[in-house]
Design a protein around this ligand. Structure first.
Ligand code: ADP
Length: 618
């Protein structure tokens, strides 16, 4: 039995499922894109942040180194100004011997200190002694009154200034200090110019770039020479005028950086032209240098950080893919487990259903068994009552037969007696005697009825022994001769000469044969074929005798009852219905049996008896 537990699926179900799946996939893809975008930004932020930290560290080192470098020259102008030689020349600027001596001394000091130039100016700005005397670019006779470092020193305190030499065109850092006369007034100004190439040289070759901007945002020191004299801030006319007045950069033209500042992932970057062409984006760390009014910028190429960010993103993508595939695998695993569980549940469901079916069938069977038992009991009861009814019927039949058998001769005897009385009255004694003889004959027949009943009650008449069938049959033939003649039947015998003797009582066996032959003779009466065939065969220690006729045979309906006592189909007076019953009883006594074999047309009775062993033969 197939049980379908699933109900009909909703009509829109199959169409909705793929749509839901597509939407889910789209949502998932969107989520992945969002995650990647956020991850990208995070990775960039992180990599750039780390770059910035590195740049800041480098910046601190750079500023410290720069400050230390400049500090070395800081006090130099004051120390030089305190020297007698310098003071003497300041007091007598026109003295040629003093000027010569001073020039030579300054040149020697300049070489020893590795500075660019050392020179002395009168209070009007005219240079009276210089370390580069006698060269093509000698400062002697030059007036630097417009230079801020001169103006500041003339105000009575040391000063510093950055700029391009107006005479030499060489960039440098200028330190200056006033030279005091005996009265404490300012007699001259000493200036020390330091070249910056050396500083820039130190910056090159590192993995970061350095540039220094003046208070107006103009680059005047840079590891990349291409950046020099470019401004990070807009070049306003005021700024240009200020720079021009100080002649800071002599005649060098200033330009702005095209689009210098930009942002990436929330981190500020500087886009600067690169020596190899094009631009580069730099992570910038900036610090003001106290005292100098400068800003030092350390620049780290962001390409490296971006590559790092890309690597981080790639790892993130890999991680995400691994996570997704892991989730997918987990999902599939769960689906498989769910499927298996569903199958098990379905199986269990079926088992339960089948068990329930079996239980129902079992219950029905038990019910049927109970019903059958009840029916059987009813049948038994019915059978018992039928047996009772059959017995009563048999009794009725018997009494009818008996009363007929007795009443008929009695009635005849009475008639004969009446006739005899009349004949005696008439004196006809001979005929009266005949009548009396008839009465006596009738009375003599009466005990025969009792004999029949006795036999029916199974009282064995003789003992058993070896009986040869052929001689017994010869005897029997004479007994039944009259009966055979009356019905026009013929008896054909088929007895083998070597047939072993039978174990039986001769009288009773003869009774059996007479009964069977008589019944056959009754049956063939009126039939076309009136042969009665009696055959005997031996086998397996037994002898089988068959008596066959060609009469109408025994109808199937009564075949089971013909061996019952008082069962007859021959009508009142024609038979008592005891013949076959007596026959069956005799044979049972003799250890034999009888059966009816259908041989239509006709009947065939088969008798089986034990054969006698040869030593028991008479
Ligand atoms: P009865 O001969 O007095 O009727 P039996 O006991 O000998 O009693 O036979 C019982 C019944 O069996 C007969 O009435 C008859 O119907 C049936 N019968 C016996 N032998 C034959 C036979 N050879 N052919 C047909 N019917 C037979």
């Amino acid at each position: 039995m197939e049980i379908d537990a699933s109900g009909p699926a909703p009509a829109s179900g199959p169409a909705r499922a793929p749509l839901r799946r597509v939407l889910m996939l789209a949502a998932l893809a969107g989520l992945v894109v969002l995650l990647l975008a956020a991850g990208n930004r995070l990775a960039q932020q992180r990599a750039l942040g780390q770059g910035h930290l590195r740049a800041e560290t480098a910046l601190r080192l750079t500023v410290n180194a720069l400050q230390a470098d400049l500090a070395r020259y800081e006090m130099l102008p004051q120390l030089i100004g305190d020297l007698d030689l310098i003071r003497q020349l300041a007091a007598a600027p026109g003295d040629p011997a003093l000027r010569r001596a001073t020039n030579q001394w300054l040149a020697a000091q300049n070489a020893a200190l590795q500075s660019s130039n050392i020179y002395l100016m009168r209070p009007d700005g005219l240079t009276i002694a210089a370390s580069n005397f006698g060269t093509a670019v000698s400062f002697l006779g030059q007036n630097f009154a417009y230079r801020p470092y001169f103006i500041d020193a003339m105000r009575g305190h040391p000063a510093r200034f950055y700029g391009v030499g107006t005479t030499s065109g060489v960039r440098g850092y200028f330190f200056s200090a006033p030279v005091r006369d005996a009265a404490g007034g300012i007699a001259a100004v000493v200036a020390v110019k330091i070249g910056v190439d050396r500083i820039e040289e130190a910056w090159r070759g590192g993995d970061y770039q350095v540039m220094v901007t003046d208070p107006d945002g103009t680059v005047f020191l840079a590891s990349d020479p291409g950046w020099l004299y470019h401004s990070l801030n807009p070049l306003t006319p005021v700024r240009l005028a200020r720079t021009q007045a100080a002649r800071r950069y002599a005649d060098t033209a200033l330009t702005e950086f095209p689009q210098a500042a930009l942002h990436r992932a929330g981190v500020e970057l500087l886009r600067l032209p690169h020596a190899g062409g094009g631009t580069r984006d730099f992570i910038a760390a900036t610090q003001a240098m106290p005292g100098a009014g400068w800003r030092v910028h350390v620049l780290l190429d962001s390409a490296e950080a971006m590559a790092q960010a890309r690597l981080m993103l790639a790892s993130m993508v890999l991680l995400l893919a691994a996570g997704l595939s892991g989730a997918l695998m987990l999902r599939q695993r769960r689906a498989r487990i769910a499927e298996r569980l569903a199958a098990t549940a379905e199986l269990e469901h079926r088992v339960i259903a089948r068990t329930a079916d079996l239980a129902r069938v079992n219950q029905r069977l038990q019910q049927e068994i109970a019903e059958r038992r009840a029916t059987e009991a009813e049948l038994r009861a019915a059978q018992a009552s039928l047996v009772q009814v059959g017995k009563l019927a048999a009794l009725g039949q018997m009494s009818a037969s008996l009363s007929h058998e007795i009443n008929q001769p009695l009635a005849a005897a009475r008639n004969y007696a009446d006739s005899a009385a009349i004949l005696i009255e008439r004196g006809d004694y001979p005929r009266a005697r005949e009548n009396i003889a008839e009465i006596l004959a009738l009375v003599d027949r009466m005990p025969a009825i009792g004999k029949h009943l006795r036999q029916a009650a199974r009282q064995p008449g003789d003992g058993t022994g070896a009986v040869a069938l052929a001689p017994l049959l010869r005897e029997t033939r004479t007994i039944v001769a009259q009966r055979l003649a009356a019905s026009g039947a013929t008896l054909e015998l088929d007895i083998p000469a070597d047939l072993p003797p039978l174990c039986a009582g001769p009288t009773r066996l003869q009774q059996v044969l007479v009964n069977l032959i008589s019944n056959a003779a009754d049956a063939v009466e009126g039939s076309a074929d009136r042969r009665i065939e009696l055959a005997a065969r031996a086998g397996d220690g037994r002898v089988t005798i068959t008596v066959r006729d060609h009469g109408p045979g025994v109808p199937q309906a009564i075949a089971a009852r013909i061996f019952d006592p008082f069962f007859t189909t021959k009508g009142i007076g024609a038979g008592l219905g005891l013949g076959l019953s007596i026959t069956a009883n005799i044979l049972r006594d003799l250890g034999g049996q009888i059966s009816l074999t259908d041989a239509r047309p006709g009947a065939c009775f088969r008798v089986s008896l034990p054969a006698c062993p040869p030593e028991a033969a008479p």
